[in-house]
Design a protein around this ligand. Structure first.
Ligand code: SAM
Length: 270
């Protein structure tokens, strides 16, 4: 687990800085500013991703899924998973999981009055640990559908750690009806994807890479994607996050952007 070092940015604190939060240090703010300089619009992309997360959680809760494991949940911000889920289903269970202990430190206070919500510090690559943690076992009934959230996360995982095989291994452990809420930084411009990836690595952050839209879609192997249109008028596919089931906004699978969060929701069918 990473120790607190204020001189090296972390993904959780840099993302917090991009979202305009206060739980970050100078190095994180500099990393956020450098990403915004490289790609004007990174701040907006982060905010759009949070909007997608909310709509994804609400949609899955409305389909009757009552349990959520939010992997790589990040620092608490507005409209956190438990607030959205418990608005739809008051006794919904939410387990927040993050590798950065700062998330636990800040999460504990905010969750003190929510008995069906917890925060654990764990590496999502250690599936056994995540699923067998006492707090996970206390709140999650593995005979009932579970929503796994991998929102703006798998680009932090390197190819050698087999990010998409890992998604399959989580779902092998979950019953039919379980859901995936997912977004992944994507680009169809190889040169730009390489630059953005290099910039993240240069800061010292533990990071994977930006992937192509086709690669990002691998997360749904074996799952059934839902339509990204609110009225189901568009075939199931991944799209730019602000256009996923966002009222009358038309879903856009390949936006005219250098980088975006390729996003979707799917279910494990019986
Ligand atoms: N999911 C949140 C969202 O979309 O708003 C936060 C996304 S933030 C870009 C990625 C988060 O994943 C960070 O908080 C980081 O600490 C966490 N993370 C990165 N690698 C991880 C790992 N191997 N296990 C657990 N969490 C991880």
């Amino acid at each position: 687990m990473p120790q607190l070092d204020m001189s090296v940015p972390t993904v959780a604190r840099t993302y917090d800085a991009l979202l305009g939060g206060k739980d970050n240090f100078q190095a994180d703010r500099e990393a956020a500013a450098a990403l915004e300089e490289l790609n004007p619009g990174t701040v907006q992309l982060s905010k759009d991703n949070r909007g997608f997360l909310s709509r994804g959680v609400r949609y899955v809760a409305e389909q009757g899924v009552r349990q959520f494991i939010d992997l790589g949940s990040g620092l608490p911000t507005v409209e956190n998973t438990h607030q959205v889920a418990q608005r739809a289903i008051p006794d919904a269970s939410v387990v927040y999981v993050d590798i950065d202990p700062i998330v636990l430190a800040h999460g504990k206070a905010i969750l003190a009055d929510s008995p069906r919500t917890t925060v654990i510090t764990a590496d999502l690559r250690d599936i056994d640990q995540v699923l067998s943690e006492p707090e996970t076992q206390r709140l999650i009934d593995f005979t009932e559908p579970v929503c796994i959230m991998l929102v703006s996360l798998l680009h932090c995982i390197r190819d050698e750690d087999d990010p998409f095989g890992m998604v399959r291994r989580y779902f092998e452990r979950l019953p039919a009806g379980s859901a995936l809420v997912y977004s992944h930084l994507s680009s169809d411009d190889e040169e730009f994807a390489r630059k953005f990836t290099e910039q993240c690595h240069e800061t010292g952050m533990d990071w994977g890479r930006v992937r192509s839209p086709e690669e990002c879609a691998e997360a749904f192997d074996g799952l059934e994607l839902v339509s990204p249109a609110s009225d189901d008028s568009v075939p199931p596919q991944l799209v730019d996050c602000p256009t996923w089931r966002n009222g009358d906004v038309a879903p856009v699978p390949l936006p005219d952007k250098k980088i975006w969060e390729h996003s979707g929701v799917g279910f494990k069918r019986g």
